[in-house]
Write a protein that binds this ligand. Structure first.
Ligand SMILES: C[S@@+](CC[C@H](N)C(=O)[O-])C[C@H]1O[C@@H](n2cnc3c(N)ncnc32)[C@H](O)[C@@H]1O
Length: 212
């Protein structure tokens, strides 16, 4: 059985600081695009410090935000009241979601499928809790389309990167993993954030996948 423990106290504090700066550098606008048009019940997986919460449209009826890391979960709970919609923050991992089969209209994964221990297990679990036809909204940094940057991603991923950044992998082909997990990938916007290839995590993909 997959572990329910994710404890990255240093990374959690680093991310809480770094992420608020990144919001002003273009991430906040991407969160609006990620969540636009969502309706009904939503499960957000690996919600971190809750930066998506204030971007949910009021057509969403409820959000169950699952976050395994204790410090980030505490910050998410503190921020849940800023949302226009009811948000409940709970403990759990992507590999073992605290939810019944087919119980959500949509799932949200942002900047977290890089960090799960096993993407296939996590995506199968997200698929399990979505109703047929339900949407997975994703915003992830992904493997590069530049062979040079891909090589850098591979090198950092076998080096200290995952240890330094809370289990993050720079070069996962997450869109292919989503398609391989029983989703139909409908729309994908690929972009660099920031607009540079110097950092291994700049290639991003933001899109919608439908549970087949
Ligand atoms: C870079 S942060 C992104 C947080 C948030 N989703 C956002 O968009 O700002 C990565 C998040 O993935 C979470 N995470 C790591 N492993 C996980 C797992 N196995 N299941 C669920 N969440 C996980 C971390 O605790 C952290 O909150």
């Amino acid at each position: 059985m997959a572990s329910q423990q994710v404890n990255h106290p240093l990374f959690a504090r680093f991310y809480a600081r770094l992420s608020s700066g990144m919001e002003g550098a273009g991430v906040a606008e991407r969160r609006d695009a990620l969540l636009a048009g969502l309706t009904g019940s939503v499960i957000e997986v690996g919600a971190g410090n809750g930066l998506n919460f204030r971007h949910y449209p009021d057509t969403v009826t409820s959000v169950l935000a699952v976050e395994p890391e204790p410090h980030l979960r505490e910050l998410a709970r503190a921020g849940a009241g800023e949302a226009k919609v009811p948000v409940t923050v709970t403990e759990g991992t992507a590999e073992r979601l605290p939810a019944d089969d087919g119980s959500f209209d949509a799932a949200v994964a942002s900047l977290m499928l890089c960090s799960v221990a096993d993407q296939a297990v996590a995506l199968a679990e997200i698929r399990r809790v979505l109703r047929p036809g339900g949407e997975l909204r994703f915003m992830e940094h992904v493997s590069s389309d530049s062979s040079t940057q891909r090589l850098v991603q591979r090198l950092v991923d076998v080096g200290l990167w995952p240890i330094c950044f809370g289990g993050c992998h720079a070069g996962r082909d997450t869109v292919a993993a989503i398609a391989g997990a029983g989703f139909t990938v409908k729309d994908v916007d690929r972009y660099l954030l920031p607009e540079s290839r110097l950092w291994p995590t700049t290639p991003h993909a933001l899109g919608i996948a439908v549970r087949a």
